[in-house]
Ligand binder design. Structure first.
Ligand SMILES: Cc1cc2nc3c(=O)[nH]c(=O)nc-3n(C[C@H](O)[C@H](O)[C@H](O)COP(=O)(O)OP(=O)(O)OC[C@H]3O[C@@H](n4cnc5c(N)ncnc54)[C@H](O)[C@@H]3O)c2cc1C
Ligand SMILES: NC(=O)c1ccc[n+]([C@@H]2O[C@H](COP(=O)([O-])OP(=O)(O)OC[C@H]3O[C@@H](n4cnc5c(N)ncnc54)[C@H](O)[C@@H]3O)[C@@H](O)[C@H]2O)c1
Length: 472
């Protein structure tokens, strides 16, 4: 092994080039810091290479394919040829490479030093990077740990058992897929695989973690799409062999078995910290390998921060990105704050789901007295034009203060529509703040307006509620 002679001095060293790490690196460089970014695999991390991007390539294909099947009402002939799985995989590879090259070029343009290799802390101000026979040592003023996490199987590892990291790495069409779970991975995969021709069975051990009106609508859409849904099941055994996977589960005290070519079953997660030598420098890590940190994202070593999945909270790229920017700005002397009050959650199911703020249950648990109102896409003009009448928007407000507490949407455009909810909730909007502005017509956004108007029984396209007549 060739050991670099002297420790090279750096202002900021970031370990991990996923969304958290590379956003922190670019923002720090924009603000004048000298940055070294260490990555042992591919820039872009799980999000670009296995997660957000590949999953959204597939959910996008499912969405478009689904639309082409319904296009005849608009005079567009229905596509009759089978779906070309290999072309989707080629497109996925191309998208990943293109986006990764974009990140590489941005790092270069910002003069960020990207070091390929495995990083290990040697002391609280030195880090070593090994790559093949080379071992370099950097002395840093500050460091950020952004090494992510990985699924830790609860069952035997087998190629027929898909994990969140292998769900979108299939080179051939899957015939039958049994999915056990209610998390985002499970639901997104259930819909996209089913729409692209796989027969999916969805086994739900618990209630969906969604506002009840949204969960009910999602299950209605699942059944309409042909997904076989079994609720309130208890998983008993998972048995993969060369040809198939057999899953045994209990429902209503009866034992059932289902065979499928592949299965997705629950996982644990572990923070990627084993190789970092954190015990040597006193950075605290919990039993599952997640770095313990303060509300300011500082670890037990004051010059070392942790962001993203490795912290064991939220586990969304959007969170890692925001944390990365906040820490970079603070290190550059700016007054930036990390706040996790409002995190938009998007499920790219068909139709998609987006939520911000509290569900009705969460609001009640927090002791709020609430009013809830729902408007449907069925009564929206643009949804009718677009053949996208599945879906609804539910809003929740505090009945005392009129403050909006939650916006939950299932329906076309939900991922974009939710942004007005995020800004509204961030600004402490009351229900009048959502009603005062003008909404474009015809547009999906009018569903949100009508849900808010419905809080007072004033949604134009909903049937009248019982009201007392007022004298004019
Ligand atoms: C199927 C799937 C779909 C998803 N969809 C979404 C979505 O739509 N929206 C969303 O917001 N989130 C989504 N996520 C979650 C998202 O991928 C993660 O939250 C995000 O990648 C976290 O970013 P990170 O920077 O913390 O870590 P990662 O992306 O995991 O990056 C960590 C990087 O550190 C590197 N590394 C680890 N150890 C070392 C070491 N010792 N030395 C050097 N480098 C090291 C790794 O190689 C990796 O590149 C999805 C995840 C999956 C699996
Ligand atoms: N589209 C995506 O963003 C995407 C896709 C795939 C995977 N993921 C990953 O999925 C992981 C797991 O997601 P999850 O759904 O298990 O996570 P989660 O715990 O973050 O919950 C998701 C949503 O459910 C809401 N919720 C929680 N308890 C509730 C309750 N009792 N009633 C109503 N709503 C409730 C939360 O407020 C949140 O909006 C995340 O860590 C993320 O990394 C994200």
């Amino acid at each position: 092994m060739v050991v670099g002679e002297l420790a090279q001095d750096r202002q900021l060293v970031i370990v991990g080039g996923g969304p958290g790490g590379y956003h922190a690196a670019i923002r720090a460089a924009q603000l004048g810091l000298e940055v070294t970014l260490i990555e042992n695999r591919d820039l872009g991390g799980v999000c670009l290479n296995k997660g957000c991007i590949p999953s959204k390539v597939q959910t996008q294909a499912a969405e478009i394919w689904n639309k082409t099947q319904m296009s005849s009402t608009l005079g567009i002939p229905v596509q009759t040829k089978p779906f070309e799985w290999n072309k989707l995989q080629q497109h996925q590879d191309k998208v990943i490479i293109q986006l990764r090259q974009g990140i590489e070029q941005l790092c270069k343009a910002h003069k960020i030093e990207v070091v390929k290799g495995e990083a290990t802390f040697l002391s609280d101000d030195r880090i070593g990077v090994s790559s093949g026979h080379q071992f370099d040592v950097f002395r840093f003023q500050h460091a950020i740990i952004a090494t992510g996490h990985r699924p830790a199987p609860l069952f035997l590892e087998h190629e027929r058992l898909l994990s969140p990291h292998t769900l979108y790495q299939q080179n051939e069409k899957i015939d039958t897929l049994t999915i056990v779970g209610t998390d985002l991975y499970a639901l997104e995969a259930a819909f996209s695989y089913q729409h692209l021709g796989t027969q999916v069975t969805l086994l739900l051990e618990q209630e969906l973690l969604l506002e009840p009106s949204i969960g009910k609508e999602l299950l209605r859409s699942a059944k309409k799409a042909g997904i076989v849904v079994k609720k309130k099941i208890e998983l008993v055994t998972v048995d993969p062999n060369l040809e198939e996977v057999t899953i045994q589960y209990k429902k209503d005290d009866q034992l059932h078995a289902i065979q499928s070519s592949h299965a997705y079953v629950p996982f644990n997660w572990r923070g990627n910290t084993e190789e970092l030598g954190l015990e040597r420098i006193g950075v605290k890590v919990d039993q599952m390998g997640y770095v313990e940190m303060s509300a300011e994202l500082q670890t037990s070593c004051t010059r070392i921060y942790a962001i993203g999945d490795v912290t064991g909270t939220h586990q969304l790229a959007s969170v890692a990105i925001q944390q990365g920017k906040v820490i970079a700005e603070r290190l550059a002397g700016k007054n930036a704050e990390w706040d996790d009050h409002f995190i938009p959650v998007v499920y790219r199911t068909q139709p998609p789901i987006a939520s911000i703020g509290w569900s009705s249950l969460q609001a009640e648990t927090a002791g709020r007295e609430i009013q809830v109102s729902t408007a449907t896409f069925k009564s929206n003009g643009y949804a009718t034009i677009s053949g996208a009448q599945e879906g609804l928007c539910t809003v929740i407000k505090d009945s005392g203060t009129d403050e909006l507490l939650g916006v939950h949407i299932i329906g076309e455009g939900a991922a974009e529509l939710i942004h007005s909810g995020t800004i509204g909730l961030e600004m402490g909007a009351r229900h009048e703040d959502f009603i005062f502005p003008m909404y474009p017509h015809p547009s999906f956004a009018e569903v949100v307006m009508e849900a808010v108007e419905g809080l007072e029984g004033l949604a134009i396209h909903q049937p009248p509620s019982k009201q007392t007549k007022q004298t004019i």
